[in-house]
Design a protein around this ligand. Sequence first.
Ligand SMILES: NC(=O)c1ccc[n+]([C@@H]2O[C@H](COP(=O)([O-])OP(=O)(O)OC[C@H]3O[C@@H](n4cnc5c(N)ncnc54)[C@H](O)[C@@H]3O)[C@@H](O)[C@H]2O)c1
Length: 431
Amino acid sequence: MITKYAVVGVGVRALGMYIEPLVKNFQDVAELVALCDQNSLRAQVANKRLGFELPIYTDFDEMLDKEEIDKVIVTTKDCFHHKYIIRALERGKDVISEKPMTIDAEKCRQILDAEKRTGRKVTVTFNYRFTPYTTKIKELLSQDFLGKIFSVDFHWYLDTRHGADYYRRWHAELENSGGLYVHKATHHFDLVNWFLGQEPRRVFAMAKLNFYGANRAEHGERCLTCKFKDKCEFYLDLNGDSSLKELYLDTEAADGYVRDQCVFGERINIYDTMSTLVNYSGGTQLCYSLHSYTPFEGWRMALNGEKGRLEISNAETFYRKNSPDFKERSAILTAQDPYKAALGIDKEEESDLIRFYPLYGGVEVIEVPRVRGGHGGSDERLQNMLFRGYSEDPLGHMADSWAGAMSLLIGAASNLSVKTGQPVDILDLIK
Ligand SMILES: NC(=O)c1ccc[n+]([C@@H]2O[C@H](COP(=O)([O-])OP(=O)(O)OC[C@H]3O[C@@H](n4cnc5c(N)ncnc54)[C@H](O)[C@@H]3O)[C@@H](O)[C@H]2O)c1
């Protein structure tokens, strides 16, 4: 049977994760029938890249009226996910939503209500669950490897290339993305929720905007016209990147989407330094942090349990050398830790390690080979389950709306806690 899909929100994620793969790799089970975006010029770029003309709509209802569609894939700006998810459910369609499912508790409640009311289904695509490394961790924990888990430390680092990019776009405004506490940390909170098999209950958070935002006396509105471009470490040349130029600069006139806004702009109202404590339904405590201006990118996690401690360290990318030039910095990424290079170990990481320290001594090292592909090979594994279907999912990789809610609500509760200085009870948010 062929399932018919439509995509709403035709940006970089939609193109790479859904539009091109659906057309190129899944023709035997799927048909992409239409695209919808408020900017039809950007949707035309998709057609150009595909090499044929899919129908393009700016009106979502008109698309649903005119096309035969089984499932809608929602990949717009985060703050509009709820609008399209709810409308699609009401029109009898199942929905695949990119993370975060939505950005705050009110919109989350509306989605959960609509799903219940319509009997249709929302799937949230948490691709990080699908890497070989996270899959192995889940497998171990589901075999009761650590016994009861008392606490988790989880720390995520975004570098001055990928991390900075959030401050150039719509993500930099809380009302668009819920900030990185929701937009980015929804991945991380979902991983912890999934690993533990528990639900978050109480949240307390502190956060600040330290590095980006209105911290520099000298700055412009955007890189394209900035008079400080020769000396700024964050100068992004849209004309020098054919893909960004085609998707954003050349389509800018239609909706005013400026892809290279200044990372030191006054409009920025999200945090770049975030800490959160979470209490779980099974008694586990999480200590979480997210920084978006570190010299390398990756994450570290430790789980402390009855039987010992599991240590996870996943360094994804480093810069080969210290470079204040953004373009050069972006071009010299490596999987090799410069610290290891300094020790004379001349090799990029080919596998990730899980270290298990039993409670009374010794260590056991579990090696998980790295896989190439989008987000550590996770995107391709997720696509296979999404589009080919699955009869078994023993570790529960596929996430539903409740999982979407439980992860985004930790972020929403963190935002609230930072504002009020008080702890927030998750269930109070969606009563
Ligand atoms: N899972 C992942 O690893 C991952 C990675 C990147 C992005 N994402 C998610 O994918 C989604 C898209 O991200 P992106 O980086 O492609 O963003 P983007 O800004 O490149 O694309 C968003 C698209 O949505 C369109 N759009 C915005 N508001 C709209 C509206 N009201 N109606 C119709 N179209 C609208 C824009 O015109 C644009 O084409 C986001 O929800 C993001 O969180 C997930």
